[in-house]
Ligand binder design. Structure first.
Ligand code: GTP
Length: 257
């Protein structure tokens, strides 16, 4: 990276990327723009981002928490507005990694803006979004980092892996190779993070493109992988929005837990 530029007029944070880059998502005259949804007067937290109890898991066989409620320490701290005593309660960094074109950007766009774009534009380096939540009455923000799956941008993207509390490894449920690369993505993400402090999610994408029979075959392998790497497993469709309601709350809940 040759130059880094921050523009805080409006809500844009831009990083200038080196070299002649083409074809590319978020690239605007050589600048990759990263949008921060709000930095001044904040609107109220949206109803679907208010968390009063732990959301359910997708599959009991591969879940980080199977209990139904927050632990007592968290609940009491929130009631007494003492969330400084429960670790990273205010803001958490989530990074999304995985093969080229598995649907990482679409996942984040569905998650944050409830939209879907069928046109593929490769991510250059990284991009991020901020999302605000309320957990047991206490404000909480998620910083979601979208990273490039393309090999040539991997070294730029990996410099943003550090300090993640949640790592989402995305794979395409219709592409067995993308599942087989999960361990490599995990290894790369954990090089920059304390493995004991990171919560892992294995998220299968593009479920709408899979027949029930194909999906069920793939799910066996995905569940096995999730268990081996101690990740929580989800399968979603960014096109239809299937499973997103609980998944986005789950990213927050596992951190606050
Ligand atoms: N049918 C279907 N297509 C999807 C879904 N998610 C993503 N896609 C398509 O898959 C292509 C790649 O999606 P992206 O989200 O850009 O993939 P990415 O992983 O961010 O790609 P890189 O930035 O290059 O790593 C796009 O054409 C999307 O429209 C989904 O749930 N269903």
């Amino acid at each position: 990276m040759e130059q880094c530029k921050k523009v805080f007029s409006g809500f844009t944070f831009s990083l200038f990327l080196s070299s002649a880059l083409t074809s590319d998502k978020h690239l605007n005259g050589g600048f990759m723009s990263v949008r921060v949804s709000s930095m001044s007067v904040l609107p109220p937290v949206r109803r679907d981002r208010i968390i009063a109890q732990l959301p359910p898991c997708f599959r009991k066989e591969a879940a980080l928490h199977t209990k139904n409620d927050f632990n007592n320490k968290v609940r009491t701290a929130c009631q007494e507005q003492r969330t400084g005593t429960v670790g990273r309660f205010k803001i958490s960094k989530v990074i999304v990694v995985g093969d080229l074109a598995v649907g990482k950007t679409c996942l984040i766009n569905r998650f944050c803006k409830d939209v879907f774009d069928k046109n593929y534009k490769a991510t250059i380096g990284v991009d991020f979004e901020m999302e605000r939540f309320e957990v047991l009455g206490v404000p909480f923000s998620l910083q979601l980092w979208d990273t490039a799956g393309q090999e040539r941008f991997k070294c730029i993207a990996s410099t943003y892996y550090r300090g993640a509390q949640v790592v989402i490894i995305a794979f395409d449920v219709n592409d067995v190779a993308s599942l087989s690369h999960v361990r490599q993505w995990l290894e790369d993400a954990l090089k920059e993070n304390d493995p004991t402090a990171v919560q892992l999610f294995l998220v299968g994408t593009k479920k709408d493109l899979s027949s029930p029979a194909q999906y069920s075959q793939m799910e066996q392998d995905a569940l096995r992988m999730a268990q081996e790497i101690s990740a929580e497993y989800w399968a979603v469709s960014s096109l239809t929005g299937q499973s997103f309601g609980f998944l986005k709350l789950k990213f927050v809940a596992v951190v606050c837990g």
